[in-house]
Design a protein around this ligand. Structure first.
Ligand SMILES: [Zn+2]
Length: 268
């Protein structure tokens, strides 16, 4: 795991992101906590955490819900990243997920594909009061967290399962691309909520115990000789078994979110 303190841009980084709002160092010293929070949010939604350049598609995210330009991450992966304190946990492209995000870089706007709501990154009220986005792994579809929670809650009810803070995990269909996903694999983007960040760390630890990466792809282990061959054979066979089982399960019972006329409408 990397250095958790490195997940938030430093004060100077935040201020650099917003030079146009802060005229000179004298004014920067008088920035209030609320302004800092605002600048951090605008910075983290508008700029790549790694290169500090403006975010532009394709955009990817790590397990902490931080946003990066894919190009910057690929350059980072080619270079020597072993001793990188801040992003050393990104060891391969399996440690990131490419987002299916409706992001207009020129206008600085993000649109939720479910509700159609548009968040204007230059509108301070929008950023502070409404901007709460998340994405689903593995598809990367990005949407309003509150609305997705409501849809997943419907699925909990349908399956007769009581929702609790740390589980149980249920399966649901991504409301954007309809791929099957687990409730555990919803990642909040740029959350400053300590409990949410703890939850994301907990999820990653569980995935590591299962030999999985953030993208849910299997982590590569370095084995030699016969052990490696045997493992490869077993793993391809179990993947085949798993695929067959998944297919069969889907055919029999496929939990999904249903959009009928009786479902709540979110078109504002
Ligand atoms: Zn999706």
């Amino acid at each position: 795991m990397g250095n958790e303190g490195g997940t938030i841009p430093s004060r100077s980084e935040i201020l650099n992101f917003n030079e146009q709002k802060l005229e000179g160092a004298e004014k920067a010293r008088n920035v209030s906590d609320k302004q800092l929070q605002l600048y951090e949010l605008i910075g983290s939604y508008g700029y790549c955490r790694l290169s500090h350049k403006r975010l532009c598609k394709p955009i990817v995210s790590d397990y902490r819900g931080q946003l990066f330009n894919k190009e910057a991450i690929l350059e980072f992966l080619i270079g020597s990243k072993a001793n990188d304190d801040q992003f050393g946990y990104i060891k391969s492209s399996k440690d990131i997920v490419e987002l299916n995000i409706d992001y207009d870089e020129d206008k600085g706007e993000i649109r939720c594909p479910i509700s159609g709501e548009i968040y204007d990154l230059s509108d301070e009220n929008d950023v502070l009061s409404r901007l709460r986005l998340c994405y689903i792994v593995p598809c990367g579809c990005t949407m309003n967290r509150v609305i997705l929670d409501q849809l997943v809650d419907v699925e909990y009810d349908k399956q007769g399962i009581k929702k609790q803070t740390n589980g149980p995990i249920i399966q649901f269909e991504c409301p954007v691309c309809m791929i099957s996903a687990r409730s555990r694999d919803i990642v909040d983007i740029n959350s400053s909520d300590r409990a949410v960040r703890k939850q994301l760390e907990r999820r990653m630890k569980l995935l590591e115990q299962e030999g999985l990466t953030h993208s849910l792809k299997r982590r590569r282990t370095r084995l030699k000789g016969k052990v490696a061959k045997k493992r490869k054979h077993t793993s391809s066979r179990s993947a085949h078994d798993r695929n067959t089982r998944d297919r069969n399960t889907r055919d029999v019972k496929s939990p999904h979110i249903c959009f009928s006329s009786t479902e709540p409408q979110y078109n504002n």
